[in-house]
Design a protein around this ligand. Structure first.
Ligand code: ZN
Ligand code: FE
Ligand code: FE
Ligand code: ZN
Length: 272
């Protein structure tokens, strides 16, 4: 696809899963077919957990499956008119930086999505643990989340910050402002030259909003943080979900371009 053609299309969808993670459906080929009309599709299935105690076939592929994932997606490259990228969604846990760096360095990736899905021992975006919100200190959850994001950025191992305000997923808001914690996270992301993901999966969740909110996106823009786009599709029909709306929100926040990746280098593309 020429650069001119790419910038006329809806953005590359950089956040797409495969059935290897245990909670997605549809062959990778079907996701690529569903991306027809987009500027490209990037797979970013869940990296296995480094900590064996966290291994859960319903959350992430196993280490044995990782080469299957990498080979499977690489074989799809160049087989369709839609460009295919190979990424991964990696959880950040404090203390695992050295091991994660070694694992990532050995993989032929176009980009690495950094995600926080756990605060302490709480997988707060896992609907199987929804009851834990009852009586929980939601303000503390948000603060701890943004502190972990800042640490994740400082680790310097990730290209983008996936689903930026994920704690809002089930509709629980902090009781007091967490602006200071958000600002710390944004500043760390800017300093690390990371990219922020505009992720439409929140529209399919109880919160009914894009991650991040327009307000957070405006502050990211003010700090010069570039953006990328992702649907977090766990089924082919979710590929590129609500991307017109995501582009409109990005423009409303002042963005004119987005970023895509090739072998962990950035390519800046004008918004359609
Ligand atoms: Zn998933
Ligand atoms: Fe995630
Ligand atoms: Fe995801
Ligand atoms: Zn995700």
């Amino acid at each position: 696809m020429s650069a001119e053609e790419r910038q006329l299309r809806l953005p590359v969808d950089h956040h797409v899963h495969t059935p290897l993670c245990g909670h997605a459906e549809g062959a990778p080929r079907a996701y690529v077919v569903a991306a027809d009309g987009l500027a490209g599709i990037g797979f970013s299935d869940h990296l296995p957990y480094l900590e064996p105690a966290k291994a859960d076939p319903a959350l992430a592929m196993s280490w044995d499956e990782l080469p299957v994932y990498l080979d499977g997606i690489q074989r799809l490259k160049g087989k369709s008119a839609t460009p295919v990228l190979l990424g991964i969604e990696a959880d950040y846990f404090p203390g695992q930086e050295t091991r994660l760096e070694a694992v990532l360095a050995a993989l032929p990736l176009d980009y690495v999505c950094g995600a926080i899905h756990w605060v302490g021992d709480w997988p707060f975006d896992d609907s199987r643990h929804l009851r834990r919100y009852e009586g929980a200190d939601v303000t503390a959850l948000y603060r701890d989340y943004y502190r972990l994001v800042a640490e994740m950025a400082r680790a310097g191992l990730f290209d983008l910050w996936a689903h930026p305000d994920l704690p809002k997923k089930f509709g629980y808001s902090p009781e007091e402002t967490v602006r200071d914690a958000e600002d710390e996270a944004l500043a760390a992301v800017a300093a690390a030259r990371m990219v922020l993901e505009v992720n439409t999966s929140g529209l399919r969740k109880p919160v009914g909003e894009i991650y991040p909110s327009l307000e957070l996106l405006r502050r990211a823009r003010a700090l010069g943080i570039p953006i990328t786009f992702g649907s977090d599709a766990h089924a082919p029909y979710e590929v590129g979900h609500e991307f017109e709306r995501a582009v409109a929100q990005a423009k409303e926040a002042g963005y004119r371009t987005y970023v895509t990746f090739l072998r962990r280098e950035r390519i800046t593309v004008p918004l359609p």
